[in-house]
Design a protein around this ligand. Sequence first.
Ligand code: HAM
Length: 440
Amino acid sequence: MRIERARGTRDFLPEEMRKRRTMEARMRDIAEKWGYGEIQTPSFERSELFTVKSGEGILKEMYEFRDKGGRHLALRPELTAPVIRMYVNELKMAPKPTKVYYFGNCFRYEEPQKSRYREFWQFGAEIIGSDRPEAQAEIIALAYHILEGLGIHIKAELYVGHVGLIREVLRAANVEAERINSVMRLIDKGEREEVIELLRETGAKKDLIDDLISLVDLKVKVKGKDALKEAREREIIVSDSDAAKELEMLLQILDYYGVVYTLNPGIARGLDYYTGMVFEIYETGGRLGAQNQICGGGSYRLATLFGGDDTPSTGFAFGFDRLAELFPQETSDLKRGGVVAVVMPIREKNADPTAEVVEEAIKIASRLREHIPTYIDVMSRNLSAQLSYANALNALFAVLVGRTEIREGKVTVRNLETGEQEKIGVEECVKKIKAYFAVD
Ligand code: HAM
């Protein structure tokens, strides 16, 4: 019986893993240079961690189960709630603000489609203990620099908004708190008609609905504070609201960082916990299809829900798999992946190689492995079979070790691309392959 992978999951072969590790290393390097410390939390949590804010409804979007002790658990659908839980439990005494980053798998019970999986990876960062405009701008700038630092040349659009802008309009119209969340979710899904319908049901006046829709539709592609000025001139936002003031300062700082963005007050974000700035990055060259959001984030307050003091925080998470789909396969920080040299113990007249030959071959392989990805025959194959195996592996060098070589204190090195071969000392052989491969 053939057993298939679970729906919405993937296997990653060595070439793909090499690429993913290259990307991960580049992203990690930038986060570390910005002074963020890496953290890791468990793959599963108590399910309340995710339902306490969003309600039981969220359970249908998660992998949740009871363990043998009857505890209700869930595979994490994201990492912000776990990070804040960890902060409340372990990091409360750390200097504030606390800056952390993470890379981990997440699980969502969603309908799989292109670039949407049931198991996927997020690379994210959080500043815990500040949601001042400086912190919010830093988080956006960090995401922006990580994307730039990855070196993928894609068409992308970064939208910045503030949930306060929409919430203020809704509050002014006396829409109840619970309804506000439903409206935000509909806006996030782009379901305009449903938003209008829901607001009509609440008895909202036409003026309000018009205001809200024009706010949602507003995308101002003007750099810096001028974007906000334009939004104010068009009387689409309440000029002197706290949200507008906060946004103004944040946009100003984004300019200092050289971040290119579009002001978009229509960003509502799918998750319930955002309280202030929100931002999203989209791939706009059409390479990801419908699931083209590559990063999402914003400001939120979750700590009190998990038994901590009220702690404003701000963060983001990249959809790592979507980035991987945009990352060119041949770009790898390793000059060349896979095996480079194959050490070949030579058999004697159809008999296994002598113990002396095997011992010497292992010594030489060990020496090469200090610098170079090296294979050694483990099948006791004859030389021609070993050579065709090395060719199939795309190896660059064969290092032949037989009785004659041992007697002369040398090895026979064959360049598998040119076919040239020579008998040289082991150290010279190491030097030669290293030089060819250009490793230290
Ligand atoms: P999110 O927007 O739900 O935010 O997820 C972040 C990113 O994960 C998305 O932009 C998307 O690229 C990727 N993603 C989401 N679902 C899938 C999926 N099924 N398959 C592949 N990729 C997916 C959060 O999770 C927040 N915790 C972000 C945050 C951090 N906010 C504040 N701090």
